[in-house]
Design a protein around this ligand. Structure first.
Ligand code: HXC
Length: 518
């Protein structure tokens, strides 16, 4: 063959590989409202930056007539490119080739880019759209999954790992995304479950539709498996790019500070008025967050799950931070099992990637009751405490209003190595609320009184307790609060705090790893 023909052959082979499972299957993918694996890559990466690996890899199976069916690339597209100029590695599963199912060689392709990402110290992104293990390959396919899982585990806390689920993700395949830092699901076109509706029906008799069992909505609101539910794939892809803005390339680097046009000393007079006079009245903590962060931009993580606590990324003077905030607007901002799990994971995510944590506190305590106790609120609450106490990134805590009991300690208190602990004048930092305290302290006394006398006496004692303890100054007196600040200054005080703490160096004692109460 002449050299020119060899070049033509290369071009032809590339064109053929780019067609995946063929036009008919591509059309079918589009009909389902889905992009193809290659279209997703084009949308995700900076234009012209994609470089593909292993385009000519083929499977080695001969079972069930597989020796007669070969597609270049074998159902997954792998390689690297840039997002906002920063290197990322990625793989994108191609549903048009054997339903995107995973073979031995397909797994090897994914492992290769994962290994490269680790060597280079760059994020890895997986776009999932697959029928699971390639049935014709048997155990080789299972082994392939396990190779990927092991790499996910080793990469955890070293490089950011992002998973987008844009189609089926079922069986053991779900565990790769579950091991990663960010899971994004597209609404109505994706699902994740360990066993599908048919198996569920056979084993338990339960009849349930795919969407109700493992759709994006379920995982974003009920299970917490998905951190983001995107309206469609375009939004999902935008979310991948957005999430990376707040993260460094790897755990040895800091997140990147960007130019910020929002003045650092912007005063927000409205914050001086935001807390209702009635301490039982709710307000929206997100109003405070959007007011103080750069340009009102907040990327909320797990927005629809455990809404009594808010987690997400924002910037102050262009520097990325993670925000954890109780939400008085939902269940009074109480800490329960789901809220504790959600915030604990987020704090550890931030700490792993050197993202400072800003905590905004308005928490009445832990949610009481047998459901919570029997569900293990002790262990789950301990997770959040552990996460804060172990974190060595800069930690700034602002107590906005309530901070009671064990929940006070948990929410990035001074004694859990909070670096800067500020409070608004509206803060109430105490062992418990006035009502509960008076009930415990005075019940024996009150029992001997007439109902009328008792009511007056209780009101008087509650006032006494409130005057004494429902303020920030008791805590400030002991140095547990570094300063009581005017609410309108909060943005400036956080930015100055972050600058002050920029050189913070804190390490934990050497150990194999901690034994966080999982
Ligand atoms: C090989 C597969 C496949 C698989 C789909 N295909 N799944 N080939 N192995 N696992 C092929 C189909 O034969 C078909 O080929 C093409 O992909 C598209 O599939 P359709 O069924 O036509 O598509 P659709 O109707 O959209 O249904 C998608 C689906 C369904 C729901 C994913 O295909 C399905 O249920 N597949 C099997 C899922 C499964 O049981 N996987 C194994 C799970 S166990 P043609 O040639 O017609 O285009 C597992 C264990 C992992 O994954 C453990 C890890 C530890």
């Amino acid at each position: 063959m002449k050299n020119q023909d060899k070049i033509k052959q290369l071009i032809n082979r590339r064109e053929e590989a780019a067609m995946g499972g063929g036009q008919k299957r591509i059309d079918s993918q589009h009909k389902k409202g889905k992009y193809t694996a290659r279209e997703r890559i084009d949308l995700l990466l900076d234009e012209g930056s994609f470089e593909e690996f292993d385009m000519f890899v083929e499977h080695r199976s001969t079972n069930f007539g597989m020796d007669k069916q070969h597609f270049a690339g074998d159902g997954v597209i792998t390689g690297h490119g840039t997002i906002d100029g920063r290197i990322v590695f990625l793989y994108s599963q191609d549903f048009t080739v054997f339903g995107g199912s995973l073979s031995e060689t397909y797994a090897q392709k994914i492992c290769k880019v994962m290994d490269m990402a680790m060597k280079v110290g760059a994020p890895i992104i997986g776009i999932n759209d697959s029928g699971g293990a390639r049935i014709q390959e048997g155990v080789n396919s299972l082994a392939g999954y396990a190779e990927i899982f092991q790499r996910n585990i080793m990469a955890s806390g070293v490089i950011p790992q992002i998973s987008a689920i844009f189609g089926p993700c079922a069986g053991g395949a779900v565990y790769s995304p579950a091991l990663t830092d960010v899971v994004i699901m597209s609404d109505k076109t994706s699902y994740m479950f360990v066993t599908g509706p048919k198996v569920v029906k056979t084993v338990t008799g339960e009849i349930i539709e795919t969407e109700d069992l493992g759709g994006a909505s379920v995982h974003a609101t009920k299970s917490g498996v998905a951190h983001f539910r995107a309206d469609d794939e375009d939004e999902g892809i935008m979310l991948i790019r957005k999430a990376l803005e707040f993260l460094p390339q790897n755990n040895l680097e800091d997140p990147i500070q960007t130019q910020c046009s929002d003045p650092i000393d912007r005063l927000n007079d409205e914050l001086n008025e935001i807390i209702p006079e009635n301490p039982s009245e709710a307000y929206d903590m997100k109003d405070i967050i959007y007011t103080i962060v750069d340009k009102q931009e907040f990327l909320e993580y797990q927005r629809h799950f455990a809404k009594n606590i808010i987690t997400g990324f924002a910037k102050f003077d262009g520097f990325p931070v993670g925000i954890v905030a109780n939400q008085p607007n939902y269940l009074a901002g109480v800490l329960d099992i789901d809220a504790s799990r959600k915030a604990a994971r987020f704090v550890r995510f931030c700490d792993a990637f050197n993202v400072p944590v800003i905590t905004l506190v308005d928490v009445p305590g832990f949610l009481p009751g047998s459901r919570q106790e029997h569900g293990g609120i002790i262990t789950h609450g301990a997770k959040l405490m552990f996460a804060y106490g172990e974190a060595t990134v800069p930690k700034i805590t602002i107590t906005i209003r309530k901070s009671y009991g064990g929940a006070h300690d948990v929410m990035s208190s001074k004694q859990l190595r909070g670096d800067l602990n500020y409070a608004w004048p509206t803060a109430e930092i105490a062992v418990m609320g006035a009502k509960g305290a008076v009930e415990v302290l005075e019940s024996r006394h009150v029992n001997k009184m007439t109902a009328e006398d008792a009511a007056d006496y209780i009101a008087e004692k509650e006032k006494e307790y409130t005057d004494k303890f429902a303020n920030p100054y008791e805590a400030a007196k002991f140095g547990y609060i570094d300063d009581v600040i005017e609410p309108r200054n909060t943005r400036f005080r956080i930015i100055r705090g972050l600058k002050t703490l920029a050189g913070k160096k804190e390490t934990n004692p050497p150990k194999k790893h901690s034994n966080i109460p999982l």
